[in-house]
Design a protein around this ligand. Structure first.
Ligand SMILES: Cc1cc2nc3c(=O)[nH]c(=O)nc-3n(C[C@H](O)[C@H](O)[C@H](O)COP(=O)(O)O)c2cc1C
Length: 229
């Protein structure tokens, strides 16, 4: 499995010194190189140094993810943002998704989510044994070696509200139905996109489609199927 998936973690303490221009320019390049899950949804990613609603996670830099609100846009941003989270971790930088933060100025496109990044002021990586995750049997059925990468994916409040049904050459993907009315549906969709990014990293070819006859699962919403094509 991808080495970074096995050791990444959210970083909540950052050095105050901003990153140098060369590093920031490499990050800008990486931003333009990410692969979307749904290529026809317009989105933007901007780097800023000020956000509100940070709840103690202060860093010299943040990413602001905005998107047109077309079907699948939340999964799309999760998929894109997680590529950057893994890139930061691989490059010796820390990052943390920020579900509550907002930019100080209004954007032209609707805001989806933000992410802090910068030089870590705490250990950047961890041992596989230190992941706090549900067991594979709680979140999936069937066998596919890529499911372990999905299991290790980060999720809002570490809810891990996803479910996967593996069949030969296919992974059907679901999110759990929210159990209370104000449960964060948005986070559930972003989280699924994040888990899909980890599955894509482990796939030789990655194609995600909506199938008409996917298996149904109680208390779960079908989100799509990873297929080999
Ligand atoms: C969509 C999303 C939103 C998140 N929002 C916050 C946040 O607002 N504040 C925070 O401290 N962590 C936030 N996190 C980080 C999660 O708490 C973290 O990913 C989870 O606890 C698992 O830990 P790990 O990332 O170290 O594996 C968020 C994660 C995701 C995926």
């Amino acid at each position: 499995m991808d080495e970074i998936i096995r050791k990444r973690k959210s970083i909540r303490k950052y050095e105050k010194t901003p990153l140098d221009d060369v590093t920031l320019s490499k990050i800008e390049t990486q931003i333009t190189n990410v692969k979307p899950l749904y290529p026809d949804i317009k989105y933007s990613i901007k780097i800023t140094n000020k956000l509100k609603g940070l709840f103690g996670i202060t860093s010299p830099h943040y990413l602001v993810f905005c998107s047109d609100e077309k079907e699948g846009y939340l999964e799309n941003i999760g998929f894109i943002g997680q590529q950057l989270d893994l890139f930061f971790s691989k490059s010796g930088l820390g990052s943390c998704w920020l579900g509550m933060a907002k930019p100080q100025e209004k954007n032209t496109q609707p805001l989806v989510i933000c992410m802090a990044f910068g030089k870590p002021a705490e250990p950047l990586h961890r041992n596989i044994l230190d992941f706090k995750r549900k067991s594979l049997s709680t979140i999936s059925e069937g066998t596919d070696k890529r499911l372990e990468a999905a299991r290790l994916a980060p999720s809002g409040m570490n809810a891990q509200n996803w479910y996967f049904i593996a069949q030969p050459d296919k992974i059907h993907c679901y999110r759990k139905k929210p159990t209370f009315s104000f449960a964060p549906v948005r986070l559930g969709c972003i989280d699924l996109g994040i888990a899909l990014c980890h599955i894509a990293k482990e796939s030789e070819q990655f194609t995600f489609i909506k199938e008409d006859n996917s298996p149904q699962r109680k208390n779960c919403i079908y989100m799509g199927t990873v297929v080999k094509q």
